[in-house]
Design a binder for this molecule. Structure first.
Ligand code: GRF
Length: 196
């Protein structure tokens, strides 16, 4: 029986695509059974539809009340009967009840070497801009379990890259994104194979 994965997104979904591809190529013994976005026009929803995966929008537009939004997310995930939830660029703060329901079954991919450049306000390009501004020698990506704080759960995997001499935030983002895809799949595989 294939394990069941739901992926939560807010944007383009290249991490989501890497998870879909890894499942379809049997690199990971699981299937993506649902994609949930808090942004109606997230291209990641289109990626899900392209692969006949259930795609659901749960955002301010259809659940303006934050408690209802949080409860709807929990109920949709329970209906999907998932073994693992992956946050892949999901930019909504999760409802406190989410952790009661799913703690231990939620992984997040973050585009820095946590604990550096993590926590409130550090997401997407903000991370890479700060790394470049501070003239860091290294950056990278981290997969961690999600707890009720932001970017603080137990670290599962990290990989670092050396920053080039004339690196820009844009060039760094592209290089880190490749690392994200790699360690996200490796981490999901470990989880699904019961190695975490
Ligand atoms: C990635 O940089 C991820 O680390 C961050 O948001 C971005 C999502 O990219 N959390 P994508 O939507 O998976 O392409």
């Amino acid at each position: 029986m294939l394990k069941r994965i739901a992926v939560l997104i807010s944007g383009g979904g290249t991490n989501l695509q890497s998870v879909i591809d890894a499942c379809e190529n049997n690199i990971v013994n699981a299937e993506v059974v649902g994609v949930i976005s808090n942004k109606k026009n997230a291209y990641g929803l289109k990626r899900a539809q392209n692969h006949n995966i259930d795609s659901v929008y749960i955002g301010k537009g259809n659940y303006p009340n934050v408690d209802n939004r949080g409860r709807q997310l929990i109920s949709v995930l329970n209906e999907m009967n998932v073994d693992l939830i992956v946050l892949a660029g999901y930019l909504e703060i999760l409802h406190k009840d989410f952790f009661k329901e799913f703690e231990g079954r939620v992984l997040n991919i973050h585009p820095s070497l946590i604990p550096k450049y993590a926590g409130k306000g550090f997401y997407g390009m903000n991370v890479h801009e700060a790394v470049i501004k501070n003239n860091e020698k290294y950056s990278g990506a981290t997969v961690h379990f999600v707890d009720e704080e932001v970017d603080t759960g137990q670290i599962v995997m990290q990989e670092a890259i050396k920053i080039n001499v004339n690196e820009t935030a844009e060039s760094l983002q592209k290089r880190v994104l490749k690392i994200e895809h790699k360690i996200l799949i490796a981490s999901i595989k470990k989880y699904i194979d019961g190695e975490l």
